[in-house]
Design a binder for this molecule. Structure first.
Ligand SMILES: Cc1cc2nc3c(=O)[nH]c(=O)nc-3n(C[C@H](O)[C@H](O)[C@H](O)COP(=O)(O)OP(=O)(O)OC[C@H]3O[C@@H](n4cnc5c(N)ncnc54)[C@H](O)[C@@H]3O)c2cc1C
Length: 338
């Protein structure tokens, strides 16, 4: 029996993950404050625990035998400002899009390219979300967390967060619960519109000097036309990271596949779009029972209704092995497998 009255036993997680997988948590609770979070953790000292945001980047492959704590700490507060910047604190459980709306409302710049990415502020920080040439880490000042292993609250500087491409220290520190994030937004625009599709969409709309709202609307429009709606088709966005390979390997690859796209990454590295590699292996639009590869974007795996997490994982492994044998490139998952 649950010790804490706010804890639910044998809880179905179906509506708490965008893949809509029906795995169960032995215990489930929401933490709306740090006090509540600490209380929950101390109530179940011997159980495994997992911190969940909006579940938009997890694949549940089995029932969880311990306590899942959904971090629901809300709030966006103005802290102070300087000549060019405004500093905010956002609760880890705040939906990411609320921060975008706050920025639009207050004419603050820096996160507009990240509009419509599902999830919470905490999840955005763990994954260092990115889209259309922008990354979350560019606006982070510090991260406040509760470390359940040491029973202490800590503040990490941006450097200590070790952000990288869909990477951070939080991905490797399961005892850290992010509580809030310090964010620095710009008072003046510095738009990044070079990503393919953005300029064309601006031209179509007859916009030559875009406003913040123009940029947000264009990106929302592009995303809505490309990505599956999680309410209709379970998915977690890009399932795999775009692999980085050496320039030498890229040049060899180009001899066999002259059309292979590649983006220089410095240090003689080239990033190759995983979606292209998967598509070349014939996976785009393919269905395997209850799951499959999205018809418009091969990087997205979808649940057609009743898929189990393991079916999706199996499909992911098949994709990884066909990309490995055709291109000798290994694909790493972006989605967190639980
Ligand atoms: C349709 C769709 C489109 C997407 N597009 C993009 C995109 O363009 N770019 C991109 O980068 N991502 C994208 N994603 C992936 C996803 O939206 C992001 O990774 C998002 O930030 C995850 O946030 P979340 O709150 O849902 O985290 P969850 O999925 O709940 O959790 C992800 C990981 O973070 C951990 N975590 C979450 N909150 C906390 C916390 N407070 N403290 C400690 N750990 C925590 C979890 O333990 C887990 O390991 C997309 C997903 C979907 C479904």
């Amino acid at each position: 029996m649950a010790i804490n009255p706010s804890v639910i036993e044998d809880f179905s997680l179906k509506s708490n993950n965008t893949f809509a997988i029906s795995a169960k948590a032995k215990y489930f609770a929401q933490a709306k404050s740090v006090v509540c979070l600490k209380n929950l953790i101390s109530s179940y000292p011997h159980l495994p625990k997992f911190f969940l945001g909006a579940g938009s980047n997890v694949l549940l492959t089995q029932d969880f035998p311990g306590l899942i704590i959904k971090i629901a700490i809300p709030g966006i507060s103005y802290l102070y400002e300087q000549e060019d910047n405004v500093f905010l604190e956002a609760g880890a459980g705040e939906p990411w899009e609320n921060l975008i709306d706050y920025a639009i409302q207050h004419q603050l710049y820096g996160i507009e390219n990240l509009t419509l990415i599902p999830g919470t502020v905490g999840g955005a920080c763990v994954q260092n979300i990115g889209a259309y040439s922008a990354e979350f880490q560019e606006v982070v000042e510090w991260v406040k967390l509760y470390d359940m292993a040491e029973n202490v609250e800590k503040i990490l500087t941006k450097q200590e967060c070790q952000f990288g491409y869909r990477e951070s220290i939080f991905k490797h520190s399961p005892s850290f619960a992010i509580v809030s994030v310090g964010i620095r937004l710009n008072k003046k625009p510095c738009f990044r519109l070079q990503y393919p599709g953005i300029k064309e969409e601006m031209q179509k709309r007859g916009v030559s000097t875009p406003t913040l709202l123009d940029v947000v609307e264009v990106i929302r429009n592009i995303r809505n036309s490309k990505l599956p709606d999680t309410k209709k088709l379970g998915n977690a966005g890009s399932f795999f990271k775009n692999p980085k390979i050496s320039l030498k390997q890229y040049e060899e690859l180009r001899q066999s596949y002259p059309l292979v796209p590649g983006f220089p990454e410095g240090d003689n590295q080239v990033k190759v779009p995983a979606g292209w590699l998967i598509e070349q292996c014939g996976w785009k639009g393919k269905r395997r029972g209850n799951c499959g590869v999205y018809e418009k974007q091969a990087l997205i795996l979808v649940n057609y209704g009743e898929a189990q997490g393991n079916e999706i994982l199996l499909l992911a492994k098949e994709i990884q092995s066909s990309v490995q044998s055709k291109f000798h490139i290994s694909l790493e998952t972006e989605v967190v497998i639980l």
